[in-house]
Write a protein that binds this ligand. Structure first.
Ligand SMILES: *[C@@H]1O[C@H](CO)[C@@H](O)[C@H](O)[C@H]1NC(C)=O
Ligand SMILES: *[C@@H]1O[C@H](CO)[C@@H](O)[C@H](O)[C@H]1NC(C)=O
Ligand SMILES: *[C@@H]1O[C@H](CO)[C@@H](O)[C@H](O)[C@H]1NC(C)=O
Ligand SMILES: *[C@@H]1O[C@H](CO)[C@@H](O)[C@H](O)[C@H]1NC(C)=O
Ligand SMILES: *[C@@H]1O[C@H](CO)[C@@H](O)[C@H](O)[C@H]1NC(C)=O
Ligand SMILES: *[C@@H]1O[C@H](CO)[C@@H](O)[C@H](O)[C@H]1NC(C)=O
Length: 395
């Protein structure tokens, strides 16, 4: 008892003197929602529309006093794939998710509704860009990108349906996105047709860049999750964009991407991939930088406005950091590593100088051979880390 008390006091002290540490901000043993009524909840349980142990959160972004989360549908029993929680709830364990923009947008059998959202981004004007593009499971509605205006209670302002030659209606796996003004760069982790998609809002058109750097590497890091080996050959997944002010390239900003399986990190200038001439004749490929060898496999990544790239290291339960204005080999380091951080995935930043990262055991949910259990053990955590900077979208 005394020992515990001493430990608690010591921990508080450590947190005070070391604000640079990653701290657990939210945690869940399972995901629940704010149901419209107890009757609706009971019905969802009975009809298996809601199977709590089958749901995991990914896609994390912050805006004003909310944390938005995606809960993609890889198994049955996931009723909603986009929600939010308040940034400062009374109790930070098992906070219920509030469906966004409303329950009705998640109703079945309507391709206008949200089908299967993996991630989102929010631009500085308060427009939320939602990537509804996981088409490896239940739905065969066209993959789409939606814009909701958070200044007007999340009203829908635009929808773009990807044509099949850009993102497969059956087989797309639109995984992550970054925003460059009115342009979005999107990773498609499809096992059939992986690539980097460029979407221009002003042209309302999208095109896809395909290259061998976007495939899984043959010899990726070996690691386990919950004592099971991770056996996966996954292509391009994480994506990050350099901030407006950093000019490593004379050709605009740099889009960083990494295949999930492997060590490599690539960069390509936005000037090269938005130029449709370079795209059509294939010479955009000359603008891909030689691979940088990271410490391990990466899922999510994010840059801040000081030129720091934060990247997850799923094979090491860790997060790495590199300032892209310095050589990788001398600057990059692991800034956090913990048994609690199982599969660090998506990142987000608030406007108060904090970076957030969600660790979600994603692999267990994707590999349907894994039997999931409803238990009180904590499975997902959101960590918070003081950077004193803002997201790459701000000057
Ligand atoms: C989910 O939330 C509802 C409504 O608050 C509650 O009645 C129910 O027990 C919760 N279920 C689980 C599995 O957490
Ligand atoms: C917070 O919520 C968790 C899970 O619902 C519960 O076990 C715990 O007792 C709550 N803590 C407080 C301080 O209310
Ligand atoms: C489909 O969903 C959209 C958007 O939620 C809604 O406006 C429309 O009425 C729905 N259509 C049907 C047939 O339910
Ligand atoms: C960065 O590049 C842009 C366009 O290429 C240029 O206008 C700007 O002056 C450059 N900034 C710096 C700090 O070099
Ligand atoms: C591709 O197009 C660009 C821009 O028009 C041009 O500069 C380049 O020479 C072309 N490359 C090839 C291989 O045709
Ligand atoms: C669920 O429980 C079974 C039986 O105890 C176990 O084999 C399995 O590993 C558990 N699943 C996870 C994801 O821990």
């Amino acid at each position: 008892m005394l020992f515990t008390l001493a430990f608690v006091i010591l921990s508080i002290f450590l947190v005070r003197i070391n604000p640079e540490e990653f701290e657990v901000e939210f945690q869940w043993s399972h995901i629940n929602f704010t149901w419209e009524s107890q009757a609706k909840y009971q019905e969802a349980l009975r009809t298996k529309k809601y199977i709590p142990e089958n749901i995991f959160p990914t896609g994390l972004k912050l805006h004003r006093d909310r944390v938005y989360l995606a809960t993609p549908k890889y198994r049955e029993g996931v009723p909603v794939s986009l929600s939010y929680i308040p940034q400062k709830p009374k109790n930070k364990t098992n906070v219920p998710l509030v469906p966004f923009p409303s329950w009705s947008y998640h109703a079945d059998k309507n391709c206008s509704n949200l089908q299967n959202v993996q991630t989102l981004e929010i631009d500085p004007k308060g427009i939320m860009w939602v990537l509804d593009g996981v088409r490896v499971t239940t739905t065969s509605c066209p993959p789409k990108l939606l814009q909701f205006d958070l200044n007007r209670e999340g009203s829908l302002i635009h929808t773009f349906n990807f044509p099949n030659e850009v993102a497969l209606q059956n087989g797309a796996y639109l995984n992550d996105l970054v925003l460059d003004g009115d342009t979005a760069y999107i990773t498609d982790a499809s096992s059939i047709d992986p690539g980097l998609i460029v979407y221009s809002r002003s042209k309302d058109r999208a095109w896809k860049l395909r290259d061998s750097s976007m495939f899984a590497e043959k010899d990726g890091p070996k690691f386990t999750i919950d004592n099971r080996p991770v056996v996966v050959q996954a292509p391009i997944d994480g994506i990050a964009l350099s901030p407006i002010g950093t000019n490593r390239s004379r050709n605009g900003r740099i889009v960083f991407y990494a295949p999930l399986t492997g060590y490599s990190l690539f960069g390509v200038s936005t000037g090269a991939i938005t130029d449709e001439q370079l795209y059509k004749n294939g010479s955009w490929r000359h603008h891909i930088s030689p691979p940088i060898r990271k410490q391990g496999s990466t899922d999510g990544m994010m840059m801040d406005n000081a030129g720091n790239l934060y990247y997850s290291l799923i094979s090491k339960n860790a997060v790495g950091k590199w300032n892209i204005n310095k050589p990788f080999c001398r600057d990059a380091k692991i800034i956090y590593q913990s048994k609690l951080m199982v599969w660090p995935d998506a990142f987000g930043m608030d406007d108060k100088g904090y970076l957030y990262v969600i660790a979600n055991r994603a692999y267990n949910y994707l590999d349907t051979n894994v039997k999931l259990n409803f238990t009180s053990a904590i499975k997902f955590r959101i960590f918070k880390y003081r950077t004193g900077t803002k997201s790459y979208q701000y000057p």
